[in-house]
Design a protein around this ligand. Structure first.
Ligand SMILES: NC(=O)c1ccc[n+]([C@@H]2O[C@H](COP(=O)([O-])OP(=O)(O)OC[C@H]3O[C@@H](n4cnc5c(N)ncnc54)[C@H](OP(=O)(O)O)[C@@H]3O)[C@@H](O)[C@H]2O)c1
Length: 335
C-alpha cells in the first residue's frame, strides 16, 4: 500500500483489539494502538512481533478515563476502532455487579463505560476523525419481549429493564451504544457497531488464553472440563476471532456501512458444540450428557452482516482450527 492510511485501535492489547491490529497490519495499514501502559513488557513484545509491526505499528499509553490521553494516538488517524471496554463484573469494592442496587450499579458499572466511550469519541472529534468502529456485544441484543429471529434492528436491549433485573454488566453495552450513536450523529461521524459473542481462534498474547472462551478450550485440550459438569440445555453463539477482525475492517472500508452488525457465525446448542469438541479432545474432557432435549438456539437474520462481504468460517472449521493451533504449543508451555 503506497502512503497507507493510519488506523487507531483503542485496546490494542486486548483479544479483539490485537486481532484488529494484526488484520490491519496484514492489509498494509499503519496502526496506532493504545493500551494503558504501552511499555508493559508482558504485552508489548507480542504486538511488536506481528508481521509489519516494526515498520507500521506504534503503541501509545491511553486511559479511557482521560480523553486527552488518546490525542497522540489519534493524530493523523483516518478511523478509530474502539475495543477497550471489556465487561465490568464487579464494583470497586469487589461486590459482584448483580448484587448492586440501581444507584451503585449505574455509577460503578454502566456510567464508567458510557463516559469512557464518550471520552474517546470527544478525542476523535477534536482530531477530525470521522469514522468510528465500536466493539459492543450480543449482550445488547436482548429486548424485553424476545424475538423469534434476531436482526440488528429488532434485537435491542432496554437498559432500564436490564438494570431493574440487576443486569448492569449487560446494560453497560446498550447504554454505551446509545450514547455513541447520539454523539456520532451530532458530530457527523460514521459509526459502525460490531456485536460478537464467543470468539475462538489463535490469540496474540498468551494472557488471552485465560479468558472465558479460550480457557475452556485450553482445558478441553488437556482433557479437563472447567465450565460444565453437565451439558447445558442452552446454546452459545460462536465465531472465529479473525473473522470478527475482518468484519471490523470491512465496516471501515465500506463507505456506506453504519449501524449495528452481528459478528456471530451462528448459535448452536451446547450439546452440538460438545459433539464437535469431542472430535478433537480426550473423552475425559466431556461433561455429562444432557438429560432431555436442548433448547431452541438463538436464531439470527444475517443479511446486514453478510452485506459487509466477509466469508465467515463455519463452526466445525473454527473449532478444528482452534485445536490445530493449540496443538502447535504456540507459547511454548506458557498456558
Ligand atoms: N472476549 C470475549 O469473549 C467477548 C465477547 C463478546 C464481546 N466482547 C467485547 O469485545 C470488546 C473487547 O473485549 P476483549 O475481550 O478484547 O477485552 P480484553 O481482552 O480484556 O482487552 C481490553 C483492552 O482494553 C484495554 N483497556 C482496559 N481498560 C482500559 C482503560 N481503562 N482505558 C483504556 N484501555 C483499557 C486493555 O489494555 P490494557 O489492559 O493493556 O491497558 C486491552 O487492550 C468489549 O467490548 C467486549 O465486551 C468480547
Amino acid at each position: 500500500m503506497n502512503n497507507p492510511k493510519t488506523l487507531c485501535v483503542a485496546g490494542a492489547s486486548g483479544l479483539v483489539g490485537s486481532n484488529i491490529v494484526k488484520a490491519a497490519l496484514a492489509k498494509g495499514y499503519r496502526v496506532n494502538g493504545t493500551m494503558r501502559d504501552a511499555n508493559d513488557e508482558g504485552k508489548r513484545p507480542y504486538l511488536m512481533a506481528l508481521p509489519g509491526a516494526d515498520e507500521r505499528l506504534t503503541l501509545f499509553s491511553a486511559d479511557s478515563a482521560e480523553s486527552t490521553s488518546f490525542d497522540a494516538a489519534l493524530d493523523g488517524a483516518d478511523a478509530l476502532f474502539i475495543a477497550c471496554f471489556p465487561p465490568i463484573y464487579k464494583a470497586k469494592d469487589g461486590t459482584p455487579a448483580k448484587e448492586l442496587d440501581r444507584a451503585r450499579g449505574y455509577d460503578e458499572i454502566v456510567k464508567p463505560v458510557k463516559e469512557g466511550c464518550l471520552n474517546l469519541l470527544e478525542a476523535a472529534s477534536r482530531k477530525g476523525v470521522k469514522t468510528v468502529l465500536l466493539c459492543s456485544s450480543t449482550s445488547s441484543t436482548n429486548p424485553p419481549e424476545p424475538v423469534s429471529i434476531k436482526t440488528e434492528e429488532n434485537a435491542i436491549s432496554d437498559a432500564e429493564f436490564q438494570m431493574s433485573a440487576g443486569k448492569f454488566t449487560a446494560a453497560e453495552k446498550i447504554v454505551m451504544e446509545t450514547a455513541a450513536r447520539a454523539f456520532c450523529d451530532a458530530h457527523g461521524m460514521r459509526l459502525s457497531i460490531i456485536l460478537p459473542t464467543m470468539m475462538l481462534g489463535p490469540v496474540i498474547l498468551p494472557q488471552h488464553l485465560e479468558g472465558d472462551s479460550h480457557s475452556l478450550i485450553v482445558g478441553l485440550n488437556k482433557g479437563k472440563q472447567i465450565l460444565h459438569k453437565e451439558t447445558p440445555a442452552g446454546s452459545m453463539s460462536l465465531s472465529h476471532i479473525e473473522d470478527v477482525a475482518a468484519l471490523f475492517l470491512a465496516a471501515y472500508e465500506t463507505p456506506s456501512a453504519s449501524g449495528r452488525y452481528f459478528a456471530v457465525y451462528d448459535s448452536w446448542p451446547w450439546q452440538d458444540l460438545y459433539a464437535e469438541f469431542a472430535k478433537h479432545v480426550p473423552s475425559s474432557a466431556m461433561p455429562a450428557p444432557l438429560e432431555g432435549m436442548p433448547e431452541e438456539p438463538t436464531r439470527f437474520d444475517f443479511t446486514r452482516r453478510d452485506s459487509l462481504g466477509v466469508k465467515m468460517r463455519d463452526i466445525p472449521t473454527t473449532i478444528a482450527q482452534m485445536f490445530e493451533w493449540l496443538k502447535t504449543d504456540p507459547f511454548q508451555k506458557r498456558h
